[in-house]
Design a protein around this ligand. Structure first.
Ligand SMILES: [Zn+2]
Ligand SMILES: [Zn+2]
Length: 400
């Protein structure tokens, strides 16, 4: 098969290599699309890959074409999205459903061969069925979409105080659920008529936590757009904030109703005045920008919930006054890592499937910069090279 191999830092070559054989418990997926993630960039250009040579690629979709021993043959021909984390499923973190926090993990496309290839082998539990009406191209966006939903899950659960298992069970009581489906907005978003219809009521309880709230998403990349789409579907009044006009237009085309620029002297005051005079109930940072991240705190209301989804590459400076905001406003500040919860692979995945199937989350043409054939993988990665004159403005994908 053909695969894009990172031979050593800065060198990507599309080569012929042996097609992987699915081990017992694994499936072989014929890759349709695989997106280039921000996390792949340093693995190519800064020498941070787990090992070289390596086949990267973890945001993928495709079809199951072979099953290993012990795998249900019914999976053959199944259209799937890749679930890249391979946690140990045995440690205390995994037992608690915190798979993202597992320290004994493998990862498709960073610790084991990934999907910038015609075929990728994966444990059978590392593929997620795509609904019939979700395209392969959209399927390649499931992983980043679940990253956005994981952040919503964290803050939504915080809002309802359902951080522990006992609390979670209590949250599933019908009266409690009823009370949580504020305004029934979520239900109309996903086409349910009552909480009892939901396949995973608890998942929807945290999702419903956003109904009627105000939310700010800072950062207008793929994850920022997904956060805004999902928050809108959950019934929040969301504004997506970004540095440049073009990506905000892309977001609007993708259905995000309210957008605002983070330029100008006092964009924070302006955003609050326009969308949330007492500050936002929820703030999500999806910039990973060290200058922007601390300012998220300024957007939050008293007792606001702030979630850092992006990861910074530089030192971050908080003025004492800004840090004092955490105290004075009694903010809840959390980070979010990957996209997994119990039951494996987590509530984020069926919810993403549902939201894509009903069109509440979607990928528009403008969100895709370029789809490169596998033979041109080196060109695709060159878009992210330090000093590239042709930086990507949207998702770059490779079609196998
Ligand atoms: Zn990624
Ligand atoms: Zn584990």
């Amino acid at each position: 098969m053909k695969a894009a191999v990172v031979q050593r830092p800065e060198v990507v070559e599309t080569c012929e290599m042996a097609c992987p054989a699915p081990a017992p418990g694994e499936v072989l997926v014929r890759v349709a699309y695989c997106g280039v993630c921000g996390s792949d960039v340093p693995r190519v250009w800064m020498g941070t890959a787990h090992s070289y040579p390596i086949v990267l690629g973890h945001e993928f979709s495709g079809e199951v074409v072979e099953v290993g021993d012990g795998v249900d043959a019914a999976l053959m021909g199944q259209r799937v999205a890749g679930v890249p984390l391979v946690p140990c499923h045995e440690c205390d973190d995994c037992a608690a459903g915190d798979f993202s926090l597992c320290k004994h993990y493998s990862f498709i496309g960073s610790r084991r061969p990934g999907a910038f290839a015609e075929y990728v082998a994966a444990p059978a539990q590392n593929v997620f069925p795509l609904p019939d009406d979700v395209s392969y191209l959209n399927g390649a966006f499931f992983e980043p979409a679940t990253v956005a939903l994981h952040a919503l899950r964290l803050l939504g659960r915080l809002q309802w105080g359902c951080g522990d298992a006992a609390g979670a069970e209590e949250d599933n009581q019908p009266e409690k659920l009823q009370e949580k489906f504020v305004g029934q907005r979520f239900i109309s978003a996903v086409g349910n008529s009552s909480p009892e219809d939901c396949e995973s009521p608890h998942a929807y309880a945290w999702f419903a936590a956003y109904a009627g709230s105000t939310a700010a998403v800072v950062g207008s990349g793929t994850i920022g757009i997904f956060l805004a789409q999902a928050l809108q579907a959950a019934g929040a009044r969301v504004v997506l904030l970004g540095r440049r006009e073009a990506p905000l237009e892309v977001a609007q085309e993708a259905g995000v109703r309210q957008v605002a620029l983070t330029s100008g002297d006092d964009w924070i005051t302006a955003a609050k005045e326009a969308y949330a005079p007492i500050g936002f109930d929820f703030v999500f940072d999806a910039t990973g920008n060290a200058a922007a991240m601390p300012r998220s705190l300024e957007l939050a209301a008293n007792h606001g919930r702030v979630c850092m989804v992006g990861t910074p590459k530089e030192d971050m400076v908080f003025s004492p006054r800004l840090w004092e905001d955490i105290n004075r406003k009694e903010l809840f500040l959390t980070g979010s890592w990957m996209s997994y919860s119990a039951p494996w692979p987590g509530e984020e995945w069926p919810l993403a499937a549902r939201l894509f199937a009903v069109g509440a989350m979607k990928v528009t043409e403008a969100m895709v910069d370029t789809v490169y054939p596998l033979a041109e993988a080196a060109e695709a990665f060159a878009r992210f090279a330090p000093g590239s004159q042709n930086k990507a403005s949207g998702k770059v994908l490779i079609e196998a």
